[in-house]
Design a protein around this ligand. Structure first.
Ligand SMILES: Cc1cc2nc3c(=O)[nH]c(=O)nc-3n(C[C@H](O)[C@H](O)[C@H](O)COP(=O)(O)O)c2cc1C
Length: 169
């Protein structure tokens, strides 16, 4: 898929068919995340692929967003420790994380799969379920699968004149 088609087609999907995505697609998506740029190339982000039905259910419960994501066949949980990134006035680990996770999400779109960046969840519970070491922070989770109902392209965005400035703010 052309890059700009991918960007236009990426939407947040909250309702999934129960079918598990093909392994080759999951591998491609993880490879796209692996190739993302990070501070000093420290590559601090880890991805936990959750497919065992018992674990998937436990993650769904820890996300605790009512019926959303209830049928998702799997989740990918992203985590990073701030020591595996840099600091110059601001800490860059959330930046590294955001770049890597968006690579993953766009690659999923290119593979014809649905995702939803989930930022609200019970982090303590997620860490317990997945045995994530204390120093790591869980900064994002996405379901991965096929959507119940495909959405149209992204539309509801601010006009370009409102957000782009030439030379000065
Ligand atoms: C950092 C971040 C956290 C988000 N957290 C949630 C969430 O917890 N639950 C949810 O349903 N959607 C979540 N979203 C999805 C946004 O609501 C969604 O991207 C936005 O409304 C634009 O819609 P679109 O993704 O379909 O273009 C999150 C998105 C981002 C980038």
């Amino acid at each position: 898929m052309d890059f700009y088609d991918v960007v236009r087609k990426r939407r947040s999907y909250r309702f999934y068919k129960p079918d598990m995505p093909e392994k080759v697609k999951i591998d491609n998506i993880l490879e796209a995340a692996r190739l993302a740029p990070t501070w000093a190339n420290l590559q601090g982000v880890h991805y936990i692929v959750v497919q065992e039905p018992e674990n998937v259910k436990a993650i769904w419960r820890a996300i605790d967003q009512s019926e959303k994501f209830i049928e998702a066949p799997m989740f990918i949980v992203g985590t990073i420790s701030e020591e595996y990134s840099g600091e110059r006035g601001i800490k860059y680990y959330p930046v590294d994380f955001g770049i890597c996770f968006e690579h993953l999400i766009l690659a999923a779109t290119a593979e014809g799969l649905a995702t939803c960046w989930i930022g609200y969840f019970n982090e303590k519970e997620i860490k317990q379920i997945l045995k994530i070491p204390k120093k790591y922070k869980v900064l994002g989770i996405t379901p991965l699968g096929y959507p119940v109902k495909p959405k149209g392209e992204v539309r509801n965005r601010k006009p370009i004149e409102e957000i782009v400035h030439y030379e000065k703010f």
